[in-house]
Every structure is written in structure tokens, then in C-alpha cells.
Design a protein around this ligand. Structure first.
Ligand code: ATP
Length: 368
């Protein structure tokens, strides 16, 4: 396991290109040994480029990459001591499951008994222990990808495990348990894992830390809780979370946000003049629908009036769309919560501590 650093690393695939269009803009990054990271962001934001720079498949156009302080910028992949798991299975079809898992350890000259012990531990964690002698060619696509994952996690002496969308081909029913198993293996053997995914739910449930990218830049890094509770920009609030964070555009008035007839109390007052544009960011999970039977909000809550225009059933929860003047607000409620009829007028309770102020797309600092 190693600490990985990128020092002023940037990548352009077209020499002479305007730096504003580079696939990866200059980046300083330290990834600590033994932690699990998820790289997330919209398609084309530079996730794979960053992963390929770490693996050595791409030599960056600028900057330096180090593993535990050793410069590996121009070191080829095979000499970087990393394990990789790709979207599709990379296994030896003619070998048994056991031999596939053992192969990376045999190449490193591990003693037979240690190989057997390690292969068994990984196979058990991934649910492959009963079929160790089965040829890989006989397995389903899901099982083949499990072997790939096992091969990626079998060595405990790699600098890092790099995974590029490893669960794409896996059956959705299996994904949840598999994420848990990968997490269990990672916790047990504590490799440094960098995991690229399109699926922010997968990232939130798997990684200790998320790195959110957009247009070749690292926009925010933090624990799933930090990204959920305090997105540093409206982009992160929109990208992380399902449904996205709500954003209500207004103007600053006496430390609150004026949105039509509503004066919404903010978690803190941003350091901008009275009358400036301010956007209130609030997660759908924190808004309460106040129906006839529930208590009206107290001073810690702003009451906002709107019309319920749609309800989406998500099984364990429901997402209500409420039209507040010309803006749409999503409210996520647990299944057992009473939801009024579509078309009715409702009052919403917005807790002050959850109403974050954004100015020009950035989370504002406290102006007090
Ligand atoms: P996706 O989620 O769709 O895989 P990504 O976030 O991994 O996207 P990259 O694949 O790193 O993004 O691509 C970043 C930018 O670099 C994109 O504009 C892409 O078109 C460009 N790019 C990537 N690889 C190459 C290449 N080999 N040659 C030229 N341009 C490339």
C-alpha cells in the first residue's frame, strides 16, 4: 500500500490545445495509503484519464506522479506494482477459478501455503469458494467478473488497486451485496483503492472518500457525508444525491433569502450586500410536507407554500414535486408518510440549519 501523489499533473491529448480544453487541468492530489476513493463525475470529465495516469497507461503531459515519494511518472504499468480491475472480465478462461486467483501471487513467488490461504480467503469473501476447481470458461459473466475482482484484491503488497467501473456488467440484484464484499475485503486488507464509477450511489456506499470531477477539474473531495451535507458548489449538490439538491433562486434580505413572498431563513448569512442574488440549497430529504394533521413548524423552520404537481414512487420512498411560484422543489418522504393528493396546495417546512446559501454557484462563507 502506498500514498499516491499527483504534483501539478495535467493532460492534453492534442499538443498546442488551449489549456481551458485540456482533458485534465493542472491538479495537486494526495491519496492516502489504505483508503478507498471513488472518482465520480459526468461523462468526459477526466476520470479515466486520471486513473490511466495513476496506472501508467498514460504519461501525463505535465507534472509528476509519485508512489510513496518515488517518482513513477514515466514508469510503465507493469513496473508500478498495481492491480487493475476493468469493466469487463480479464481472466484466463482455460484455468480454474483457483488458478486464476493464485496466478498474481505465483508471479510474485509467494510460498504455496500462503497462496492457498490467501486464495481461500478472497474466494470466500466473494462467494467463489465452492467452485474453486471449476474452469473459468464455464462460469457466467457475473462470476467471471467476480474472479477479476478477486484477482485485483488478492495481493496485499500492491501500491494500489485501480478499478474502472468494475460492476458495470454485474446483475443489479447482485451489485449491492458485491459492493459490501469488496468493501469487506478492502477493510480487511486495507489496500489503497481508487474506484471510477458513473454511479454516485455506488460511490457513496463504497468509498471512504469521494473525488468529484467536472470538465477536467477536481471540484470537491470529501466523505459521503461531507458531500451530502455541504456541497461546495451547486454542481456538486446537483451531481451528488438522488434526487439532486433543490436550489431556490432569491435575493438577500436581512440575512435571509427572499423568494417571491417567502423569506427563507439561511443556515448562515453570506457576506454579500443586501439585494444580492443568493440561491438556497436544500436537500429533498430535509424538507417536510406539513399536512393538516402535523404540527406547524417552529422558529427553526421556514414555511413555504406551493402546489403538489407529481409524486414518483421509489418503493421505500416517494419523491414529491412541488411548484413554488415558478420553481420546482423535490421532497423525499418515507413510504409511510402521508402524501396529499396531486393538485393540492401544501405547506413545506424548510429547516433553517439545512438551507445553505450559494452565491455565484459557490457555497458562501459565513458573513457574520
Ligand atoms: P467517461 O465517464 O465517459 O468514461 P471520463 O470522465 O472517464 O469519461 P475521459 O475518458 O478521461 O473522461 O476523457 C476526458 C476527455 O479527454 C474527453 O473529452 C475525451 O474525449 C478526451 N480523451 C480521452 N481519451 C482520449 C484519447 N486517447 N485521445 C483524445 N482524446 C481523449
Amino acid at each position: 500500500m502506498a500514498t499516491l501523489t499527483l504534483e501539478n499533473v495535467a493532460q492534453t491529448y492534442n499538443p498546442g490545445e488551449d489549456p481551458d480544453r485540456w482533458a485534465l487541468k493542472p491538479l495537486e492530489l494526495t491519496l492516502e495509503s489504505g483508503r478507498t476513493y471513488a472518482l465520480v463525475g459526468p461523462s468526459g470529465c477526466g476520470k479515466t484519464t486520471l486513473l490511466n495516469i495513476l496506472s501508467g497507461l498514460v504519461t501525463p503531459s505535465h507534472g509528476r506522479v509519485t508512489f510513496d515519494g518515488v517518482d513513477v511518472t514515466s514508469t510503465p504499468t507493469r513496473l508500478r506494482n498495481i492491480a487493475q480491475v476493468f469493466q469487463f472480465p480479464v481472466i484466463y478462461r482455460s484455468m480454474t477459478v483457483r488458478d486464476n486467483l493464485a496466478f498474481p501471487l505465483e508471479c510474485r513467488g509467494w510460498p504455496r501455503s500462503r497462496i492457498e490461504e490467501r486464495v481461500r480467503a478472497v474466494a470466500e469473501a466473494l462467494g467463489l469458494a465452492d467452485g474453486l476447481d471449476v474452469p473459468a470458461s464455464r462460469l457466467s459473466a457475473d462470476e467471471k467478473q467476480l474472479i477479476s475482482l478477486g484477482r485485483g484484491l488478492v495481493r496485499d503488497d500492491v501500491a494500489a488497486v485501480l478499478m474502472d467501473e468494475p460492476l458495470t456488467v454485474i446483475d443489479p440484484q447482485l451489485k449491492l451485496s458485491l459492493r459490501r464484499k469488496i468493501r469487506q475485503l478492502s477493510d480487511e486488507f486495507a489496500p489503497t483503492v481508487i474506484y471510477v464509477t458513473h454511479d454516485q450511489y455506488e460511490a457513496m456506499t463504497f468509498a471512504q472518500e469521494l473525488l468529484v470531477m467536472s470538465e477536467g477539474r477536481l471540484i470537491q473531495r470529501g466523505t459521503p457525508e461531507q458531500l451530502f451535507e455541504s456541497p461546495s458548489s451547486t454542481f456538486v449538490g446537483w451531481f451528488v444525491g438522488s434526487p439532486s439538491m433543490n436550489f431556490l433562486r432569491g435575493t438577500l434580505e436581512r440575512g435571509a433569502a427572499r423568494v417571491g413572498e417567502h423569506l427563507i431563513d439561511l443556515a448562515w448569512s453570506p457576506p454579500v450586500p443586501h439585494g444580492s442574488e443568493v440561491t438556497v440549497g436544500i436537500r429533498p430529504e430535509y424538507i417536510r410536507i406539513v399536512d393538516g394533521g402535523s404540527h406547524p413548524g417552529d422558529a427553526s423552520e421556514t414555511s413555504v407554500h406551493g402546489r403538489l404537481v407529481a409524486v414518483q414512487d421509489h418503493g421505500e420512498s416517494r419523491v414529491c414535486e412541488i411548484q413554488v411560484r415558478e420553481q420546482q422543489v423535490a421532497v423525499k418522504v418515507r413510504r409511510e408518510v402521508h402524501v396529499p393528493k396531486v393538485g393540492s396546495f401544501v405547506d413545506l417546512g424548510l429547516p433553517r440549519s439545512k438551507c445553505l446559501p450559494y452565491v455565484e454557484g459557490r457555497l458562501a462563507t459565513c458573513g457574520d
